[in-house]
Each structure stands twice: as C-alpha cells, then as structure tokens.
Write a protein that binds this ligand. Structure first.
Ligand code: ATP
Ligand code: MG
Length: 560
C-alpha cells in the first residue's frame, strides 16, 4: 500500500501516547479479524486500511486472522475470497495468517484454568432459561441453580462436554461474574456451547465451540496484539474481555472503538448481502452493484480509489452515513487522470453522409487523454455511414438543445462539421436514418472561415465499429438508508428496480479490439467503463459502467 501517509486521528493519538509512555516495549501490532461468513465489503476495507495503515506507519506488524469460531456459517470459499480481497487492497500480513480455530486447544486450557479458579461453571439451563434468568437493564438477574457446582464436578462435566457425551444445547460453560451487574454482558456470560457440527478446518474434532466474547480477547492475547481496533458495538464488550484477560493474567491489547462505515443507498452487512445473493436479487457476491470488494473490483474500482476513499472519510466515534458520491468521486478523479478515451455509441441511430463518396474511408487523429500529454493520439476511421446517439438528434428540439436537428450544423468530434438535411422513418414513425452533408474543409473539427457550432457529438464509423453489450448501473437501493423501511416491510422492499440497464447493441470505435479484461476507458461524453472480466468472451465484449462523467446527483442535492 503506497498511499500517502494517513492524516492523524484519535486512534493514532492514543497509540502515540502509549509509545510515549513506553507501553508494549515500543511495539505496535494490529490485526484484521473477519468472520468467514460472507464476502468482504467496503466497510471492511475501512477497517483493513486503518489497521494496516497504522502497522505500516509505525513500523509495526499486521495480522490477518479468521475468526472462525462458529462452525455453522463458515466456509472455505469465504476464506479464499477474503484473502484475495485483502491482498488486492495491498495490506501485507507477511507470514502472519492465522485462524482462531488454531487456538481451540489453548482456549480450552484457559477455560479449565478459570474453572479451577472458581470463575467458571457448567450450567444445565437451556438458552431460554439463561435468557429468562438474566434480568433486564432495570432488574437484576437471578443465579443459575448450577452456579455453585464444585470445581471437580465442573471439570468432569466440561471434559465430558468436550468428549461429546451430551447433545446440542444440553449444557454450557459460563463465566461466574455477577448476575446483578449493570452491564448485562457481565451476567455470567456463556463461554462454550455444545454443537455437534463439522468445522471447515477442525472437522469433527470439537463438539464444543467458544462464544465470540470469550474467544476474541484471547485471540488478540495469543497473537500479542497491542491495539485491538474494532467498531463501536464492541465498546460494551470491552469490560468483559478485560475481565477474562485479567482473571487469566495474560497479555492485554488496548481496545479502541471507532464508528463503522455506513454508505448511502447500499447495505453493509454480510448477512443481508448474503440474502441478496441467495434470493437472486443480484447475480452473485461479485455483482458490480454490490458494495463488496469483489463487486467493486469487477465494476472497475481500483485499489487506489478504495484506499483514497478510506483515507478521505477518516475515522471517528460518531455514527454517520457517507454519501455514495464520495466514493464515486474517488474513482472518477483517478480515471480522469488515467483512463484512455474512446468513442462509443450506446443507443445508436444511423447517420448517412450523403456527399461522402461511397466506398471511401479515412483515418482521423484523436487524443487519447487530454489530461496526460504522454498518452499520445490514435487513428479513428471515418466513412459514409456512422452511428450517433439517438438522444443527440431531435426533430422538435427545445430551446437549449444544441445538438443535431434538421438544417443545423454540428461538429463530429475529431472529424467534420455536418448539417442535417433529411430524416428517414419507418412505417411506425421511428427514425431509421439521418441524412447529412459534411463540409470537407472542416477536417479535424474546425472551420477555416472561423464559423462556430454549438454542439459536438461523439460517433463511430458503422462498418468499422465493434459491437458490445454495455451494463449501466444505478444505486442498488432506491433510498438513502435501506435499513429504514415502512412498517412490516423487509429491507428488500427498498431495492431499486432500475439498478441495472443492459444495452445490447452498442458500438465502439475499433481501437478497442483486443482490450484486456478489466481494462478501463472513458467513453467520451458518457462515463467510465471497464471490460467485464467475467462475462467477456472471444465472441462477446461486455462493458460495465464504473461511474458517470459527472456527479449526476449533485444538482439534485443542490436543489434540496
Ligand atoms: P458484517 O455485519 O458485515 O458481517 P461484522 O462486523 O460482523 O460485519 P466481521 O467479519 O466480524 O464483520 O468484521 C471484521 C472487522 O471488520 C471487524 O473488526 C469489524 O469491526 C470491521 N467492520 C465490519 N463492518 C465494518 C464497517 N461497516 N465499517 C468499518 N469496519 C467494519
Ligand atoms: Mg459478524
């Protein structure tokens, strides 16, 4: 990751203080600990950039750790995709790729220690009873009738739980803290539950699995993490992590919480994204409309643009919703500098230049990238029959329409001035051809007599253009916060029915031939597009619109 050094923030200030106070012998060690129960999204990118950025800037270390303590929802497919995504973002864990499941034996040993210290007990209450006994914020809980089991009995039962002598849910191991503690998480939380389930790494070796709150602090402890950076919802859990680690007298990370990223018009929750995939609302985790890292990669986002976004939103403890426009501006700014320009017509109508000789053609010079003089020029073929955008012609134009209409002269970019002479229609009244004449003296796009035209259109030569399918995306959800729904409705009711438009008959200038999958272009006047790396074949060229040329929402917001 070679992004510029991140601006300071409250987390870095806390680390500076720890270093100044000589804590952790000057070490800084962070981690990114995803649960492999889905694909990573842009919220995770924020956490990765934050954790890795700190390790990098403080000459510290960064671990990638799979928090795979829940056997039911976790799969190898998710692990593999997460590795790919973290790598793509350029966060380097060197040789420190870990799995929480590698620590199951150590965790078990630590649990035995707590039992011996009379700080944990085996409880026969069902999950329902545990819940009932817990009390509420205003009422204290009640002790479990099994709370005072003696150490020997607890050790024996816990070992038998492990050996598989009891069915799922029959018993749990619980911490013995305080059933009237004001923090409900401290009311004898469950540490282990019985679950006869296959685990993606440990197979059927274990039939008891650690609860997240018990496991998480220990994982950081085992890896000697110095700063355990997590999202705000874990603030209330910190007390419990501290209790476990203090009772065990083991290495302690400092936990620092920050506000999770919320992005407008989308959803950042693996569970809900999984629902979109499973129910077929999108084509997969890598659907270009998804806020997943793989979806954004397929859409044409670069790692730099994602990192740029994470840097520019900063970190704080305040929850807020970042507008999608901020993300789009990051990729737009990058592609404006780097993307080669080509001409492409997405909704074609034929133009015939009636005074251009049949069978003749020529090549005109076009600038590859006006923002980058090094990018040079290319040749674009011109001939008697062309395509222009249907929307660039109007028979009865409104006042401010400066594009083509009958008897008006406009410029074809890099080519000639043309004047519309006649419109040909089919029986249904649809325009099938627009007949124009060109002025040979305007070659290159300027008139020697200095006369001006108001409109400049993009175009392609009909016989030379390459056919392509273009997929144009809009927000996946029609509302700013899809989690807010009308009463009784699911978040799915907020999906935007117009989030995908497939244009099957598009034409692109021939220089596009041989474009590599994933490569990015500006289609002049239309936006930034990439060659879809998945659906493009030798026979079919597919493009995704990454982002429009301008922020089309800016106007809307200005008005409101
Ligand atoms: P999800 O609800 O999408 O499953 P999660 O928090 O349960 O998210 P984890 O796999 O546990 O997902 O997350 C790994 C790390 O990423 C955690 O440290 C978590 O705090 C962080 N993270 C998850 N979502 C966001 C977000 N929207 N913004 C910032 N960090 C996030
Ligand atoms: Mg989770």
């Amino acid at each position: 990751m070679d992004t510029p050094k991140t601006d300071s923030n409250f987390i870095r200030e806390m680390i500076d203080k720890d270093l100044a106070a000589g804590k952790n012998a000057g070490r800084v060690h962070t981690r990114f600990p995803p649960e492999p129960n889905g694909y990573l999204h842009i919220g995770h990118a924020k956490s990765i950039c934050l954790n890795y950025g700190i390790a990098r800037d403080y000459n510290g270390k960064f671990n990638l750790r799979f928090d795979d303590t829940n056997p039911c929802k976790e799969e190898q497919e998710y692990v593999d995709s997460m590795i790919e995504d973290v790598e793509w973002l350029g966060a380097d864990w060197e040789d420190r790729l870990f799995y929480a499941s590698d620590y199951f034996q150590e965790m078990y040993q630590y649990a035995v220690e707590l039992i011996k210290k009379k700080k944990a007990y085996v409880c026969d209450q069902s999950l329902d009873e545990v819940r009932k006994y817990r009390g509420t914020i205003t009422e204290p809980g009640k002790n479990s009738p099994f709370r005072d089991r003696i150490v020997e009995e607890n050790l024996d039962l816990f070992e038998r739980m492990r050996k598989g002598e009891f069915p799922d849910g029959a018993k749990t191991l619980r911490a013995k803290i305080d059933m009237s503690h004001p923090n409900l998480l401290m009311r004898d939380p469950v540490m282990y539950r019985i679950l006869h389930a296959e685990h993606h790494r440990t197979g059927s070796k274990w039939c008891i699995y650690p609860m997240y709150d018990w496991a998480h602090g220990l994982e950081d402890s085992v890896e000697k993490i110095t700063h355990s950076i997590c999202t705000m919802e874990f603030e209330t859990h910190r007390r419990l992590y501290d209790w476990f680690l203090d009772e065990l007298g083991v290495n302690h990370a400092r936990q620092i919480e920050f506000a999770r990223l919320n992005l407008s018009h989308t959803i950042l929750s693996k569970r809900k994204l999984l629902e979109l995939v499973d129910e077929g609302y999108v084509s997969g985790w890598d659907d270009p409309r998804m806020p997943t890292i793989c979806g954004m990669r397929r859409r044409g986002y670069t790692p730099e643009s994602v990192k740029d976004f994470c840097r520019c939103i900063g970190v704080s403890k305040m929850n807020s919703v970042i507008d999608m426009v901020v993300l789009e501006n990051c990729i737009r700014a990058e592609l404006n500098r780097t993307a080669p320009r080509v001409m492409s017509v997405l909704d074609p109508v034929k133009v015939v230049i009636t005074n251009y000789p049949e069978g003749q053609s020529e090549e005109l010079d076009a600038i590859n990238n006006p923002e980058d003089p090094e990018a040079g020029t290319r040749k674009v073929p011109f001939s008697r029959e062309l395509y222009i955008e249907r929307a660039d012609f109007m028979e009865d134009p409104p006042k401010k329409f400066f594009r083509l209409t009958l008897n008006r002269e406009v410029r074809l970019r890099y080519a000639y001035f043309i004047t519309c002479r006649e419109v040909i229609k089919d029986d249904g009244g649809n325009i099938t051809e627009i007949h124009c004449t060109y002025d040979p003296a305007t070659r290159g796009g300027d008139a020697p007599d200095g006369r001006k035209v108001k409109g400049t259109l993009h175009w392609v030569s009909a016989k030379d253009a390459v056919a392509a399918e273009v997929r144009v995306y809009d927000h996946l959800f029609a509302v700013r916060d899809p989690n807010k729904t009308e009463e009784g409705k699911a978040f799915l009711s907020n999906l935007n029915p117009g989030s995908l438009t497939v244009l099957k008959k598009c034409y692109i200038e021939p220089s596009i031939k041989g474009a590599a999958p994933g490569s990015r272009y500006q289609f002049e006047r239309l936006g930034y597009f990439n060659v879809d790396p998945k659906d493009t074949t030798d026979a079919k060229l597919v493009f995704n619109r990454i982002v429009s040329l301008k922020d089309t929402w800016a106007k809307v917001y200005k008005q409101s």
